[in-house]
Write a protein that binds this ligand. Structure first.
Ligand code: ASP
Length: 428
């Protein structure tokens, strides 16, 4: 994409975001027009942007990973790149979750006046615990392990299970790289398919401003900005402070330490992807834009971006990890259950796992939070503090979408920083 069209697109997406927020707040929310889950605004946003982007996810993951792997080629180099990528994901998620836990313990947003606590607790129950009761810690591990050892790649593609597709693509990419001359045609074919898909991506990306407008109008129309100052205000503020600190201080510092590059310049270069994340609430749907922006304006190598970004959209979720920790400790505080150091440690570990297990789709973090609550509850058995009902999650559902916008942006930013760092060890 030329410099000029990139600039035009950025301005249009920004306009879509702002106009959507204004229409949502003043045209819908303030006038009391009811906005539900299948409102036409959301349906239009889905049709215009989410569905076309989703259409690209499976083929894009498949070909971009193969293309990344075969470009890196040398198996010893691959080991280093793969190892560094995994360490980066885990280390940054761990930092995010620790930051969230410290903040929520310090700010204590759930320690409210008893009558407010009571009113909030009464709203619990809108979350169906039944369907998620099986999401225990053990089954969460098993679920990830099963996805890591796929049996039928087509089934994974049909069900859009990225981990299985990535594992197969890595294995197949390695085989194609090892095949030398015999597999050269297949390597070239995969690279060419990837390039073709990226052209398609660039066409679809022009739909982003319109889609973002409808989706943001729907979200803000449904929830309204005043929720930030409502009874859940401190909870939301804690999550937002955490995301700002992680996104603007921690990750930039990590990037600067490992590359010496100006992190804010890179953030600016990645703005199209970050705004798309805010508009779509989904790192997977944003993936096509993230790859395009990282390799274009962001100056990441194809070898690094094609490998780090698809994998990151699935497993590296700094924003979600931080949010899960804050939300869980907040709910325990609201129910008057004080967590000790050991239990906070369980939150840190399981929230990281829950974030890895969360799919890159809207509200995924809200669902995998059940894992964290169950793990802490198990540790509470026998103590005078009762377990936290899973239905308590219902309390925060109403305001989740706005937080989801912000944590998804941090998730995508974390992936981008990873791609930039890995570009150092795997330049083009
Ligand atoms: N919406 C987030 C994402 O796609 C996941 C979540 O935290 O719900 O990255």
């Amino acid at each position: 994409m030329t410099h000029r069209s990139t600039n035009i697109l950025t301005v249009l997406i920004l306009l879509g975001l702002v106009a959507g927020a204004l229409v949502g707040e003043f045209g819908l929310h303030a006038t009391g027009v009811p906005v539900d889950g299948d409102h036409w605004l959301k349906a239009t946003g889905d049709l215009v942007l989410i569905r076309p982007l989703k259409l690209l996810i499976v083929p894009l993951i498949f070909f971009s990973v193969i293309s990344g792997i075969t470009r890196i080629g040398d198996p010893s180099k691959l080991g280093i790149v793969g190892g560094a990528t995994l360490i980066y994901y885990l280390a940054t998620m761990f930092m995010a979750v620790t930051l969230g836990t410290v903040l929520v313990t310090w700010i204590s947003p759930g320690v409210l006046a008893p009558e407010i606590q009571e009113t909030l607790r009464e709203t619990a129950g809108s979350f169906s615990a039944g369907e998620t009761a099986t999401r225990s810690l053990g089954s969460a591990w098993m679920n990830i392990l099963y996805q890591l050892v796929p049996v039928n790649i087509f089934e994974d593609m049909v069900k859009v299970r990225p981990l299985g597709i990535i594992v197969f693509a890595i294995a197949f990419g390695l085989a194609l790289a090892a095949g030398g001359d015999k597999t050269k045609v297949a390597r070239d074919l995969c690279n060419a398919c990837f390039e073709g898909l990226m052209i398609l991506v660039r066409w679809v990306i022009w739909l982003t401003p319109i889609g973002v407008f409808f989706l943001v109008a729907w979200t803000v129309g449904k929830i309204g900005f005043e929720s930030i100052v409502g009874p859940l205000g401190w909870y939301m503020t804690t999550v937002l402070i955490g995301l700002v600190v992680h996104g603007f201080i921690v990750l930039p510092l990590v990037l600067w330490l490992f590359t010496g590059k100006d992190p804010f310049q890179f953030m600016w270069q990645m703005k199209r992807a970050l705004m798309t994340a805010i508009g779509t609430d989904s790192s997977s749907a944003t993936l096509p834009v993230t790859i395009d922006t990282a390799e274009g304006e962001g100056g990441c190598s194809k070898r690094a971006a094609n490998f780090v970004l698809p994998l990151g959209a699935t497993i590296n979720m700094d924003g979600t990890a931080l949010y899960e920790a804050v939300a869980v400790v907040f709910l325990f505080q609201l129910f008057g259950i004080e967590l000790e150091f050991g239990q906070l440690l369980i939150v840190v570990i399981t929230a990281t796992l829950a974030a890895i297990g969360a799919a890159g789709i809207p509200s995924a973090g809200l669902v995998t939070m059940v894992i964290v609550i169950s793990a802490v509850n198990m540790n509470l058995t026998g103590s005078p503090n009762g377990p936290l009902p899973i239905a308590a999650i219902g309390i925060i559902i109403g305001v989740d979408r706005i937080l989801d916008m912000c944590r998804t942006a941090v998730n995508v930013w974390g992936d981008a920083v990873g791609a930039k760092i890995i570009t150092r060890i795997a330049p083009d």
